[in-house]
Design a protein around this ligand. Structure first.
Ligand SMILES: Cc1ncc(COP(=O)(O)O)c(C=O)c1O
Length: 399
């Protein structure tokens, strides 16, 4: 039997008529940027998450950059984050000129260790950027308490956590902003790149809108006032009329071009209707893995406060390389996230990042041990059994 790591085609074929009707309507109307599909997706998503506002953007990396900019994170500021994530997490911090400060993770759930955050705070710290890695939310109560005590913003990296919950609240509605990716392999994946930022704060929404469209228009003017205290009144001869909007031609802050395309919004709206069903199937696969996999594979331990969306199923073993080869030889797709912790990436050094406490032993040890097993909604029961049997047969006779 062959079990791929992921199979996007099956899902596409299951909902092909819905996807194709929406995409062909957009092609017919030639309304590619903004418009009804983008605004209805943002509304549907806000309802799904229970978020005040949703603002679509080009991808998850931009979502983080926009979230940081909206929170007024500037060059030289420090942002506390995890070393155990995809590169984009720390890249986004560095790309707004700020310094990622890496704090070690917890062995049991691979998430940032809240007990180590306070010692990382300096007078330059402006925000905490927790990542709900593999779709399992961080200990948000502790993170929010620390943020409140020290006057810090909380920017959630929810790229892997769409539909996950912490104490009944959807990930992305807990911090100041939530940053999501719709990269095709995510639990909710587009037909290309896509992302969004969520917030409950209308001022942050204004700034998000400004930064994603070149800092232009009224959102730009309001952001300049909010963040720099500079109020730009329009001159009397520039009065706004029904036909002429003078704000439109002025840019008030330096932003980006980072919009969500209408075609992506349409695809995402169609898939959002199935997301709970997809995530429930992922949870059922995870339950079978917990039940059937050899105890010699160390599995994550999640708190009862947490409902993961099971973006990845990640186990740990000292025999990582041999197990991965064995699974591949037996045609079981597998992966290893993340073999290089972010503080050890070539792009980071002592000038553009900081390692809290000088070393991050848990992240370094976990990154040598993780094996990701296939977990996607369209997996058959036979495929799940085959993955379990194959992994268990590797451990027969091993310590
Ligand atoms: C944890 C995390 N953060 C950020 C990103 C960046 O998202 P994107 O690839 O859409 O830019 C990803 C996804 O790839 C991710 O997994």
């Amino acid at each position: 039997m062959k079990v791929p790591f992921l199979n996007l085609q099956t899902q596409y074929h299951q909902i092909k008529p819905e996807l194709e009707a929406a995409v062909s309507d957009i092609l017919e109307k030639c309304c590619f940027i903004g418009g009804e599909y983008v605004s209805s997706f943002e509304k549907e998503m806000a309802d799904y998450l229970g978020a005040g506002y949703v603002s679509g953007c080009s991808n998850g990396t931009d979502a983080l950059v926009l979230g940081l900019k909206a929170c007024n994170i500037k060059a030289g500021d420090e942002v506390i984050t995890t070393p155990f994530s995809f590169f984009a997490t720390a890249e986004a911090i560095a790309s707004v000129g700020a310094i990622p400060v890496f704090v070690d993770i917890r062995e049991e759930d691979y998430n940032i260790d809240p007990g180590k955050i306070e010692e990382a705070i300096s007078d330059k710290t402006k925000a905490i950027l927790p990542v709900h890695i593999f779709g399992a939310p961080c200990d948000m109560d502790s993170i929010l308490r620390i943020a409140k005590d020290h006057g810090l913003r909380v920017i959630e990296d929810d790229a892997q956590a769409i539909g996950s919950e912490y104490k009944g609240h959807k990930a992305g509605t807990i911090g100041d902003v939530g940053c999501f990716s719709f990269y095709p392999t995510k639990n909710l994946g587009g037909a290309g790149d896509g992302g969004m930022v969520t917030t409950n704060d209308p001022d942050l929404l204004t700034a998000l809108k400004a930064y994603k469209e070149h800092g232009a228009g009224k959102a730009g003017a309001m952001t300049m006032e909010l963040q720099e205290g500079i109020r730009e009144e329009l001159k009397s001869e520039e009065k706004e009329t029904e036909l002429y909007n003078p704000y439109k031609y002025f840019n008030y802050v330096i932003g980006y071009n980072s919009r969500l395309d209408a075609i992506q919004a349409a695809v995402l709206s169609a898939k959002l209707r199935h997301l709970d069903e997809y995530n429930a199937r992922r949870a059922a696969i995870a339950a079978r893995y917990f039940d059937g996999l050899s105890k010699k594979l160390r599995r994550p331990v999640y708190s009862a406060d947490v409902k993961p969306c099971w973006h990845q199923f990640v186990v740990c073993t000292e025999h990582k390389a041999e197990l991965c080869s064995y699974l591949s030889e037996h045609e079981v797709g597998n992966g290893t996230f993340y073999p290089v912790p972010l503080h050890m990436q070539k792009a980071f050094n002592a000038k553009n990042s900081r390692i809290s406490g000088g070393s991050l032993p848990v992240a370094e040890s976990i990154s040598k041990q993780t094996v990701c097993l296939p977990i996607f909604p369209e997996m058959t029961d036979e495929q799940i059994t085959y993955v379990i049997d194959t992994a268990n047969s590797f451990f027969e006779g091993k310590e």
